[in-house]
Structure formats: C-alpha cells, structure tokens
Design a protein around this ligand. Structure first.
Ligand code: ADE
Length: 229
C-alpha cells in the first residue's frame, strides 16, 4: 500500500521528514516529493505550497504519478468554533469551498453544476483516528472544514463561513484535496491543529503557533501511519 502524506507549507511536513530520517527526493511539476518506507508502509510526502490550486496539483500528482492509494493531510487551521483553541486538533468529516460563488445563477455558495457543496472524508480513516486519539489520550474534534484562497483575519468573514457552511475551522487546501481524492476514489483524511482564531489577531497568532501546531498535527498523523502498517 502506498500512502501520501501531504501538507501545504514546509513547517507542516518537516516533523514528518525528521521522524522518517531517510528518504529519496524527486522533483516533479515544480515541486519536491519525498519517498520512504516507514513501518512497512510506502510513503510519498510533499508540501504543496499554499492554496487550492497548488494543493490540487500536488494531490493529483501524488495519486496519478506516484501511485498513492490513500492520502493523509496534516497542517494548521483557523478556528471558527469557540470550542477550538490554539493547539487543538480537528478532523474533517466533510469539506467545502467557501469562496466558490456562482450564487448569481441561483446556486448555493460552494456549489457548481455537477459538483457538490460538501465532500465527505473516508469513514475508515476517521474511525482509525478515533482509536489513535484515545490511545494518545487526546480530544480530537470532528467537524466541518471550509477551504478558500484567503487567509481569514476578519471576524465578520469567519462568522459568515461558520454560518453558511456550518464550519468549525477554515484553511486553504483541504476542500480542493477532497475534490481530487473523491474524483479519483482515493480514501482521504484531513487533520488540522489550530494556529489562530481567524480574527484580527490571526496573522500574529499564525506566525507564533504555526510550527508548534503543525508538529501536533504531524505527530498524530504519524501515529495513524504506524497503525496502517
Ligand atoms: N490556516 C491557518 N489559519 C488560517 C486562517 N486564518 N485563514 C486561512 N487559512 C488558515
């Protein structure tokens, strides 16, 4: 079984590469892909760069070029739910694109014809994450994640995303990775640790907590990899 582990930023995959230790590096389509075997699982690891377009390219490349059969995403997010504080983990049950808007034609936000507002994540990987969470003694919230090509640092926009999509957290890649995996029938899992509250202090909080929150998420994902071996 070949497993993809993906992040958006270098900080999101650095703890994973560190844990694995040795890997080969391949350049493809303007990005670097790291391959290794860990606990009997063949891995391809990459960070995509920020946003829906780059993450779409990377997820599709990991599946179509590198042959990944499952995909785990690890990274950070802005909290919408007041339950979520910096360092807390959220696992997506389903994801949407909050900036996809052809409402002028009578469609709901996040919808285009032949698409769907929400893409659901894989039930088996969700179940595995529950086992890992209980073994690690961690509370991991399950919820809806909304994705868009915007760093949200605005209470009004954050609240709109929360009420329009019922979203608990927001970020910039999960929804596009979900579309790719769904279309290619690849089970996927999106995990995020909170770095900020998507409010006026978000950019400061993000800079302060990117590394520590990314590490919390990466450690959890590596425990899942160990179970998949
Ligand atoms: N990722 C982490 N925090 C974020 C925010 N406030 N907006 C978009 N993506 C994020």
């Amino acid at each position: 079984m070949k497993l993809a582990i993906m992040g958006a930023m270098p900080e999101e995959i650095a703890p994973i590469l560190e844990k694995i230790g040795t890997y080969t590096t391949t350049e493809f389509a303007g990005n670097r892909y790291y391959e290794a075997t860990y606990n009997n699982v063949d891995l391809v690891i990459a960070y995509s760069k920020i946003g829906k377009v780059f993450s779409t390219l990377t997820a599709a490349t990991m599946i179509e070029h590198f042959g990944a059969q499952k995909l785990l995403f690890s990274g950070v997010a802005g909290a919408i739910s007041s339950e979520l504080k910096v360092g807390d983990l959220i696992v997506a049950t389903k994801l949407s694109q909050h900036d996809l808007d052809i409402t002028a034609f009578g469609h709901p936000f996040g919808y285009v014809p032949e698409g769907k507002v929400f893409v659901e994540t894989d039930a088996q990987l969700l179940a595995l994450s529950k086992i890992v969470a209980s073994e690690m003694g961690l509370h991991v919230k399950e919820g809806i994640i909304a994705t868009g090509d915007q760093f949200v640092a605005n209470e009004e926009r954050k609240n709109w995303i929360g009420s329009t999509f019922g979203a608990d957290a927001l970020e910039m890649e999960g929804g596009s990775v979900a579309v790719v995996c769904d279309a290619l029938h690849v089970p996927f899992f999106i995990l995020r640790a909170i770095s900020d509250a998507a409010d006026m202090d978000a950019s400061f909080s993000f800079d302060a907590f990117l590394e520590s929150s990314a590490k919390i998420s990466a450690e959890f994902v590596m425990k899942m990899v160990e179970k998949l071996g």
